[in-house]
Design a protein around this ligand. Sequence first.
Ligand code: ADP
Ligand code: ZN
Ligand code: ZN
Length: 738
Amino acid sequence: MGANKAAPIVQVAVPTPVARLFDYRWSLDAPIPVAGMRVAVMFRRRQLIGVVVSSSAESSVAPGRLKPVGSVIDSSPILPAEMMSLLVWAASYYHHPIGEVLAAALPRALRDGAPAALKQREIFTLAQRVDELMPTLGRAPVQRRLIERLADTGSADATSLSTISARWRASLAPLIERGSVTVTMSRSLPVNQAKSSGPGLVGEQAAALAAIVSSLGQQQTFLLNGVTGSGKTEVYLQAIEAARLRGEQVLVLVPEISLTPQLMGRFSARLSGCLVSLHSGLNDTERSQAWLLAALGHADVVVGTRSAVLVPLPRLGLVIVDEEHDGSLKQQDGFRYHARDLALMRGRDACCPVVLGSATPSFESLRNVAVDRFSELRLTARATGAQPPVLALVDIRQRALTEGLSERLVDAIAEHLDAGSQALVFINRRGFAPALLCNDCGDAADCQRCDAHMTVHAASGRLRCHHCGAERDLPVACASCGSVQLDRVGHGTERVAAALAEAFPDVEIARIDRDSTRKKGALEEQLERAVTGRARLLVGTQMLAKGHHFPALTLVGVLDADRGLFGTDFRSLEQMGQLILQVAGRAGRESAQGMVMIQTRNPDNPMLQTLIAEGYDAFAEVAMQERRVAGWPPFGHVALIRSDAVNPQRPIEFLDTVADFLGKDLEARDAVGEVELLGPAPAPMERLAGRYRARLLLLGDSRAKLHTTLARLASVIDALEGARQVRWSIDVDPADLF
Ligand code: ADP
Ligand code: ZN
Ligand code: ZN
């Protein structure tokens, strides 16, 4: 640094909930670190790993109080310039502390300071012929699929095999032991060899592919709006191949990888090059290694859930968001980003196309099509030539139900089973019954920490709160009056599965919900039984609605459609329509005609009528009218200030103070009316896990003006009276008002 007098200053984003950068003195005998490099610094007497954001000659902090940077971890930025600017923008847009945003972008091992270097990886290779091996396996579905994957791809590493089953390692061990699979340690890339090239596309599919391929190298957003089974995934696969041949990286966001092992199998069989998946089944090392393959530019295709949108991709040339309407794309705590919205930013930064795909697009995306921000690509027919399922409402007002099932539905199930097909019963409640009521005094078994009934779980003999996780033994007598006349009220998957087992004693049933799939490997096992058709009756929650292909399934029964009709949230109706059509889309995907029976006490409801008679477009149009009138998204813009505390009054009092500040601030800026304040009010379920919760809603017709108001609030909120007595958060573009 020659004759320089004052040491330079670096501004570091430190992982702490304070929304600013911290100045450190640079006094090491090395070049000053540039933005995106990690450094170790002392922060409140602890050593933390931060990321350099900028540097300067001076600081407003007195020189004596400036601490030096401890050490530099990276020799080049681990987060390149375009990721840094995106993350800095996101921190300001979502009003979340920059240090936490940058930390969220790094996998744990790298966040903790691990070197950004690729290690040797285990590479698993098939050492025996598949046709010799398979007959020796018996009924071991996970082993079979591991072998199939290895046969498809030649060899594979842990990140690939782990998409098959959470139990993959245990299942592979005996195969390694007897020499059917060999393990080598290697620094070379896991390279996939496509096994097949897929069908030639014609008609709408070909047109959609052509539109995407011809826009490679340009910034453009497409909504691939295609009915379930219309061949969207096929379009993705061929578009990915086109981008790869141009030497570009492709980012594919999917809702939940463990739920759709079929999808990853299809990707491995069809894509060549270095294919990396980022999902929750990876351990810290596997995750950071996969991340580095992507960030260092080695991976050709990165398939991941929400957080993969934050991974650096130096050669990014195409972004795909599958099931773009899915709620899981929104992070619900901490840094509350929406992966679909950040995906659009990635496309803009990389100057490449972004494809949002869905059979039931979000109202946001439909709106963007209407105002010509997105171009719409439609696939109106099923790719296999199968007919769309027929939807019918079953009026259950005057009818006696057996455990929630109407006679008509049970008859239909019997018919489809007789014909050798599968049937699926969808009920979006897990457990046996959502409430336990006393017949004598009317009291319910409630959660002691939430404003909610406990759910009866009969098989395990427990009461569980589905909100806070509290549980206790099923009581034999009422806690208030001692009566033993306790009624299990309502239905969950467990109860419906039991009823079906009684009605169809010779039929195997697969129940798929969070309880039945909690154990490692249980989900894969249930899905296997469903996909192969061994289980001919399927009962489950929305876990069953997502993306699955059950070849023999022809009948879907929806038990509780009415709940969505009268939901309290502005998105309830949209979500009901999406869920019904997604689960309906599981029916009749091959040759036989699919049938969907929707039980309802509101058969004349115009929204239900429109949905089943005219389809999603018409439904969305009517439902969006309601949102337009009320100024809800996608027409207006919303931010939610949440507050909670053990004390029942504090959250509301604090939000009163916030509302007061905002009111005065709007007035002072002559901006009254630019942002509407709704509330504060108690949250829809006021008490959760022993804490009282309140909400203040900000509604604005201009995103920019809402943002200005939020920025004013964010700069003072910590100092407002009562801020220390509550937990608070700001949620921009909230997924719900819960
Ligand atoms: P989506 O992603 O829209 O649900 P998929 O891409 O999974 O649809 O396609 C549904 C089914 O149709 C799959 O079994 C797929 O292999 C098949 N398929 C897709 N495109 C074609 C095509 N062009 N020709 C024949 N079969 C196709
Ligand atoms: Zn009682
Ligand atoms: Zn609870």
